[in-house]
Design a protein. Structure first.
Length: 72
């Protein structure tokens, strides 16, 4: 299984912007996600076309299962 964390922020112009982080741990907690999002906002290292990330809007973890078949 592969897990991807999607974090949605509001930008300085009021638009939404999403950052995706693939390969997160299966036991990631709400507290860890909140802390990460707070750090991203505080460090102000990402700039989008609609401005800086200024507020948390939401987050979700998506689980994906891939089944590969040998067809050769």
């Amino acid at each position: 299984m592969e897990y991807t964390l999607s974090m949605t922020f509001l930008t300085s112009s009021g638009e939404k912007s999403t950052l995706n982080v693939p390969g997160v741990k299966t036991d990631i907690t709400k507290e860890a996600i909140n802390s990460l999002m707070d750090t991203i906002i505080a460090k102000d290292v990402f700039v989008t076309n609609s401005g800086n990330l200024v507020k948390k809007s939401g987050a979700q973890v998506t689980q994906r299962q891939v089944t590969k078949f040998d067809v050769a």
